[in-house]
Design a protein around this ligand. Structure first.
Ligand SMILES: [Zn+2]
Ligand SMILES: [Zn+2]
Length: 696
């Protein structure tokens, strides 16, 4: 790289790409010394870089470079997640433009089509990660659908199954009629909507009636009971009586359950286990049956009698008008309520019974609780321990199957002759005979695993070779708070279960990047900011500076451009300080090499020592904003304002100390501003990466 110190402004775009290429081959671990292993949060192959990714990975990169200079053999493996539902949706959208559909193509061709898509677009996000200057080991890029990764996913399922942790059950699940798959609670968004709350009279056997309240009258044909809270005095006299379901005249026992909110409506609720998760739990406690009335396409099924075949909203209207005719509607109230929608496509979620695979969570959740309680895993900031424990305490069994096509297909085999009641769980197609038809005619299920089931195995499933297997457990993982439960908890119990050891020592829950006004950043709301545009305009170092500068005391970060501009000014300040050094050092060395170490020299050396100490402490505590501010003050004020000034005019300073000070300063600045410091380091005649220098 040609150095031209005649120019008085540093232009990052000239150098950053070349420097990154130069570094790339040095990001590999050296296989000697103490390891420091960082785990990446693999981005979705459909993803594109946002400021959240940028913040999280810049933090990790600062730590990587700092640890590297402190003598650690650093390991940071990049990779991407296949993102089942998200990717399938993107490719289906593409197909629709061509007048095709997933169904018209068939499974095999559709999967081929996604692989094509993946070849074209699936690594874009990783290329964007490179632009942040991340010190990732590019010789080991992992993908959750690599053969070896898939092997781990299948093996772990079979192992859970053999140990009795997995079962198959017909249960109500959250189901997206558009994506045609079940979803976990954590994959739902909630939209506040106006809704009607219907007060419906249900006659009582023996005369009189009760009034129940519901927002979903179309599910009434699935009612199997009525329920009141045991502490609800106004409804106490109903216990033991029998209600009659209007239109179909089915008898409904009236049960008591403490989950009923006595303040909601009349305090009397209909129990519809097939279409409500809470009602399902009530039904288990009271041994009630499950009658489904809505199917996977959100249409009414045969149990809805005359309303069969209707879309659920149309059915709602028709049922309400029929109830009005029968004079069974007492009143209708307008309320606001939170409607669950699919976080991928925005469709309204239906709760419907579906045969799914579940992972028993009780023991596994305990493993995750224990690991944090015993401090095998530490969570920073500590306030995030509470939501971690809360979630694990109330966790339901985890539905790990998805009825989509893109993902790791489950190693489950059904008998073609006997239907889905007879199945075998095994890695290979079974040879044994079906217990019912005595034939061996097995067919693999079309179901795939929940994407989070596979990413729960990430810390060890990415380690393919005997050498890589040494990279377990990791030292550090960073996470956005919204995936603390989805991902971190599940990695911890999976690690404890399969590897008998926690998957990482520290979890850093990184701040969320908000808009300047404190709102959520979102592309669709037009409040997103593209980090790539910022890099194009200011360069990566300035972006890193701007983001890190705004990180303080683990608060959420309200994103502002001013610190990036301040970063740009700082880079110019650094540039000009080194310009002064390089334009004068030869002369100084010629004329002043007999000078002893001056008091200014001693002072600046002391400042270097104390800055290093302070910065080390702050980096170890994830307080990178404070670390950067100290580095900034050191360089701008102690070095430029004071020490450099003593070189102008008559000086008693020592030029060898000057050289040492300027190299040491590069070391201190490097974790934050890697590009400019590397560039200046070359100017000293060095040929190696600056992160090979020693911090101490
Ligand atoms: Zn959906
Ligand atoms: Zn059979």
């Amino acid at each position: 790289m040609k150095i031209n110190f005649q120019q008085t402004r540093y232009n990052p775009l000239e150098f950053e790409e070349k420097i990154y290429k130069f570094w790339s081959s040095y990001f590999k671990p050296k296989n000697k010394g103490k390891k420091f292993i960082i785990l990446i949060a693999p981005p979705n192959i459909t993803g594109s870089l946002h400021l959240g990714h940028a913040l999280q990975n810049i933090v990790l990169d600062v730590i990587w470079r700092y640890k590297k200079m402190n003598g650690y053999d650093c390991v940071w493996i990049p990779g991407v997640d296949h993102a089942g539902i998200a990717t399938q949706n993107v490719v289906e959208k593409e197909l629709r433009k061509e007048g095709l559909s997933r169904i018209s193509l068939g499974r095999k061709k559709f999967i081929q089509r996604i692989w094509q898509w993946r070849g074209k677009y699936g690594n874009i996000i990783l290329d964007q990660f490179k632009k942040l200057g991340l010190s990732l080991d590019w010789s080991r890029v992992k993908f959750t659908l690599d053969k070896k990764y898939v092997d781990w996913v299948e093996k772990s399922f079979v192992s859970y199954y053999k140990k009795g942790y997995v079962y198959r059950d017909l249960r109500p699940v959250n189901f997206c009629p558009h994506c045609q798959t079940s979803l976990s609670d954590l994959e739902l968004d909630y939209k506040e909507r106006e809704a009607s709350l219907y007060y419906i009279r249900y006659p009582l056997s023996g005369g009189g009636h009760v009034t129940i309240t519901t927002t979903r009258p179309e599910t009434m044909f699935g009612d199997v009971a009525l329920a009141v809270n045991p502490k609800d005095e106004k409804n106490f006299n109903l216990i033991g009586k029998i209600g009659i379901l209007p239109i179909v005249q089915r008898e409904l026992p009236i049960v008591v359950d403490s989950r009923i909110d006595p303040k909601f409506g009349t305090g009397i609720l209909k129990v519809t286990p097939a279409h409500s998760l809470i009602d399902y739990e009530i039904s288990l406690r009271h041994q009630l049956p499950m009658i489904s009335v809505i199917d996977e396409n959100a249409k009414m099924n045969k149990n809805a009698g005359e309303f069969q075949g209707l879309d659920y909203l149309t059915a709602r209207e028709k049922i309400v008008s029929k109830l009005k005719e029968l004079d069974l509607i007492e009143k209708i109230e307008q309320i606001k309520h939170n409607l669950p929608v699919c976080d991928r496509c925005g469709s309204e979620i239906q709760v419907i019974p579906s045969k799914e695979w579940f992972l028993k969570m009780k023991d596994l959740a305990n493993l995750a609780v224990k690991a944090v309680k015993d401090k095998e895993v530490e969570i920073y900031p500590v306030r995030f321990k509470k939501p971690y424990f809360d979630w694990l305490r109330d966790v339901r069994d985890w539905c790990i199957s998805r009825k989509i096509w893109w993902g790791q297909q489950m190693p489950v085999w059904f008998c073609k002759n006997c239907g889905d009641e007879i199945f075998t769980v095994s890695l290979k197609k079974p040879i044994k005979k079906c217990t019912k038809c005595k034939k061996s005619n097995w067919q693999r299920t079309e179901e795939v695993f929940d994407t989070w089931f596979s990413s729960a195995l990430w810390p060890f499933a990415i380690l393919y070779t005997p050498y890589e297997k040494k990279f377990y457990p990791a030292n550090l993982v960073a996470t956005a708070r919204e995936i603390l439960q989805l991902w971190i908890t599940r990695m911890i119990f999976s690690g404890k279960f399969f590897m008998r050891k926690e998957p990482f020592k520290f979890v850093f829950v990184n701040p969320t990047v908000l808009t300047k006004e404190g709102k959520r950043m979102s592309k669709s709301l037009g409040t997103g900011i593209d980090p790539l545009e910022l890099i194009q305009k200011y360069g990566t170092d300035a972006l890193r500076f701007g983001i890190l500068w705004q990180m303080s005391a683990h608060q959420d970060l309200r994103f502002d451009f001013v610190p990036i501009e301040q970063g740009q000014k700082f880079l110019n300040k650094i540039w000009n300080a080194y310009r002064f050094y390089f334009l004068n050092i030869e002369n100084f060395k010629k004329n002043l090499n007999k000078n002893k170490v001056s008091s200014s020299d001693k002072k600046i050396l002391k400042h270097i020592e104390s800055t290093k100490k302070f910065v080390s402490k702050k980096i170890e505590n994830f307080e990178l904003g404070l670390a950067l501010k100290r580095v900034y003050n050191f360089f701008w004020h102690e070095l430029c304002d004071v020490y450099l000034e003593t070189w102008k005019g008559k000086t008693k300073n020592n030029p060898d100390v000057f050289e040492k000070v300027m190299v040491e300063s590069l070391i201190i600045l490097h974790p934050f501003l890697p590009y400019l410091t590397q560039f200046l380091y070359f100017s000293f005649g060095h040929k190696k990466p600056l992160f090979f220098e020693e911090w101490q």
